[in-house]
Write a protein that binds this ligand. Sequence first.
Ligand SMILES: Nc1nc2c(c(=O)[nH]1)N[C@H]1C(S)=C(S)[C@@H](COP(=O)(O)OP(=O)(O)OC[C@H]3O[C@@H](n4cnc5c(=O)[nH]c(N)nc54)[C@H](O)[C@@H]3O)O[C@H]1N2
Ligand SMILES: Nc1nc2c(c(=O)[nH]1)N[C@H]1C(S)=C(S)[C@@H](COP(=O)(O)OP(=O)(O)OC[C@H]3O[C@@H](n4cnc5c(=O)[nH]c(N)nc54)[C@H](O)[C@@H]3O)O[C@H]1N2
Ligand code: SF4
Ligand SMILES: [Mo]
Length: 890
Amino acid sequence: MPEPVQEKSTKTTCPYCGVGCGVIARVSNDGTVSVKGDPEHPANFGRLCSKGSALAETLDLEGRLLYPEIGGRRAGWEEALDLVAARFSQSIAEHGPDSVAFYVSGQLLTEDYYIANKLMKGFIGSGNIDTNSRLCMSSSVAGHRRAFGSDTVPGTYQDLELADLVVLTGSNLAWCHPVLYQRLAAAKASRPEMKVVVIDPRRTMTSDIADMHLAIAPDGDTALFNGLLTHLVTSGAIDQNYISAHTHGFAEAFAAASALELPALTKATGLTEAELRDFYRLFETTEKVVTCYSQGVNQSSAGTDKVNAILNCHLATGRIGRTGMGPFSLTGQPNAMGGREVGGLANMLAAHMDLEKPRDRDLVQRFWNAPGLATKPGLKAVDMFRAVAQGRIKALWIMATNPVVSMPDADAVETAIKACPFVVVSDILRETDTARHAHVLLPSLGWGEKDGTVTNSERRISRQRAFLKAPQEARADWWQLAEVGRRMGFGQALGHTSPAEVFAEHAALSGFENDGRRDFDISAHAAIDHDSYDALSPFQWPQPRGTAPQEKRFFAEGGFYHPDGRASFIPVEAPKANTGSDGFPFTLNTGRVRDHWHTMTRTGKSARLSSHLAEPFVEIHPRDARAIGAAHADLVAIESPCGIVVVRALVTERQAEGNLFVPMHWNDQFAAKARIDALVAPVTDPFSGQPASKNVAVRAMRFAAATYGFAVSARKPEGLDAPYWAIAKAEGGWRMELAFAGDDADWIGWSRRVFSIPHEIEPIGYTDRTSGELRLAFFDGDKLLAALFLSPQPVAVARNWAVTQLGVSHANLGKRFAVAAGRPGADKPDPGATVCSCFSVGANQITAAIRDGCHSVEAIGEKLSAGTNCGSCRAEIRGIINACLAAAAE
Ligand SMILES: Nc1nc2c(c(=O)[nH]1)N[C@H]1C(S)=C(S)[C@@H](COP(=O)(O)OP(=O)(O)OC[C@H]3O[C@@H](n4cnc5c(=O)[nH]c(N)nc54)[C@H](O)[C@@H]3O)O[C@H]1N2
Ligand SMILES: Nc1nc2c(c(=O)[nH]1)N[C@H]1C(S)=C(S)[C@@H](COP(=O)(O)OP(=O)(O)OC[C@H]3O[C@@H](n4cnc5c(=O)[nH]c(N)nc54)[C@H](O)[C@@H]3O)O[C@H]1N2
Ligand code: SF4
Ligand SMILES: [Mo]
């Protein structure tokens, strides 16, 4: 654990999702950290989800990168920074500024991002800085800019509570923005007349509170919202005054929208006429509508058009910027918005200005005193890694992102990085799928150690504050960038000595020659000093010079940022329905699970978070599973022309037929072959350059194994060589799923090697000749070191029970044999798969409580505490209750 800075509570902001919850971190005298929600923060008013609640469990120094490394050897900062500066300068001198690139992240703080962008665009003079926000928010950015003339989110979180209809499209809010979901669920509970519509090919946990779930065909959104626009016109629900006073292009947009008649609409959306009519009628007759959208909209080859199809409907009804109304782009990362504000995307310039506009370039050039400012946009992420592969980029700096896992065509991205002459990676961990290919590794400060600001989905800027000392030699990302910039000769422009100074400059630029022409203006903070920065309370932008903090919505009275002040309707056409391609009949959809964050570098450290879903899986419809001969818990290989993964089958009717869903999280550190982006083709949206990560043509087949295994081990397993393995952190050790091609290995020898068992320890064994099952357990005195359960079928041992055996004393020999036999005793029943990660309550415990008469989420909460802390599992508990009661009624 890093050392505490001071023994007191610190107000800071959660480093995970774009809800941007306020957190109070407390460091006790013995150095232990605890976190709770900040009751005063306007994003969460004290609530936290499962990931936020478990933050303290991710702060240990295990696996941290703690000093710079060059070519795998420890180096000093001076040497590492000199080398990075020299290699970047050399490449620029020999091949020009476009031969270098930065690939950064929406998880950087605004101050880090500002310096990265200033160094690359202002002083290196290239646009080649792009960010993982390209994979995340760029279609929303492009859609906003086409419609509004600026990248503006018009509304606030409160609008979701005040609306009478909330449409959630391409958003699994319950798992991905859990506190906002809780706010919505609470509003709906207090006003049951409020309606929620969820539009998603899968029936996700978010559908739990929905009055209507529309299982849309992949990429059917443009057709759906075009049909809606047509319906709004024909039913007379449009706001003609708003359209004529504040917009242009309505006729063209309507003409494009009405191209599809009802029969074609049902085909394109995969919905019935009745479903379409019900949804359209609800939208037509409800004034207060908020339409929230996220990656089911953005991550598409037509993502920008989807965004504009949605914006068109809100503009046509004038339902924008008023209380309880408007389109709402849900941002993913903690600082997706801050990155956009500093212009971190390759085609943007600082403070929401445009790299392609000479006037904007001139303004920024003068403000920065940067005669060499880039004159054209740089390469967007997919093109950037293509340029790396082609040898056009010779020096690459990757910061706070893990592209070998998260970029489409991930195997090709890995090959490109490996072949790049000079790669710098700044990360908090030493071993990631990307870091392993770096020539220079730079240790960054992590959450709790670094200082700066982030902007959440509702334009609220909050401080992240340090409450732990920098561990060993880790340093802030902005400092690393500025130090390299100084060594490259740009010292005058990068002389900042603190994040407060960087923030002040960023605020000043936002107001520079602005006069209301640009939406992003926080110049009220242009002269902020260190003390005020330390004390800065969360505030929403805009906050121009001389104004007090305000809660502002945009565009109720027009005032758009196109030169004529009007919004543009964008005519959009529905893409042709995807009919699959030869030999690749399934549509692969990818996304997130409740308790993991992206590539698991932080959530993978928490046993509690890792127990919710402990291995990579594919959601598959029962009929599809039958068709490929796979039963529940079998392994499935999924393949596209780009790559292959092997994951567990999770057979469920929540999944639509013909579609598969695999989470994006698992990577080479946690599984043998589960980097799903290895399958995703690098197909991008033509306007935003955002990859289509949710609609990939694949084939699937049962993965035959001769032997399946499950194991628990006190030590992290080493050298796993099985064709399938997936490891997860457990209380007191690790748990893992395994599959082998053969059935006659030297399992004792294998276990000794993989679980690091001292040679003097003999196993307790158990073989069942009829079932072919074999169990081995290794004890050191009364302590279980490892247990391996093997079977010709997927292993049926009670997982969570087995995991708890690592932590208990096995003084009684009989109990040791029970472990080897894989049989929970009556005194310690199997809790079942974890549902509530805050209180470690499993599905079997919940089922038992239901049998005992607890028939509501509240009753379960009273009996087991499940669902009473962060509330992230309440939808799942309700699902178990409904399933049990339905089964009992049959
Ligand atoms: N637990 C957790 N929360 C997170 C994150 C995390 O890693 N873990 N990451 C954060 C980040 S960076 C982001 S960007 C957000 C993402 O938040 P979300 O966008 O809510 O999450 P996803 O699971 O990527 O995708 C959302 C849904 O889109 C659906 N979908 C797929 N194709 C289509 C389609 O064609 N149309 C429609 N309408 N829906 C479709 C998927 O089935 C999926 O349920 O989450 C943030 N929050
Ligand atoms: N198939 C598929 N692919 C996807 C998506 C999908 O839905 N489907 N979603 C896309 C989206 S929306 C996103 S946002 C991306 C996310 O993908 P990534 O950005 O690649 O995922 P992370 O795991 O968040 O990577 C963050 C890295 O930064 C490190 N880190 C943490 N804190 C710090 C810090 O303070 N400083 C530094 N320097 N490093 C730090 C972490 O250890 C980790 O290695 O994935 C995208 N890829
Ligand atoms: S909803 Fe959860 S992950 Fe998102 S900011 Fe709040 S506590 Fe963090
Ligand atoms: Mo994201």
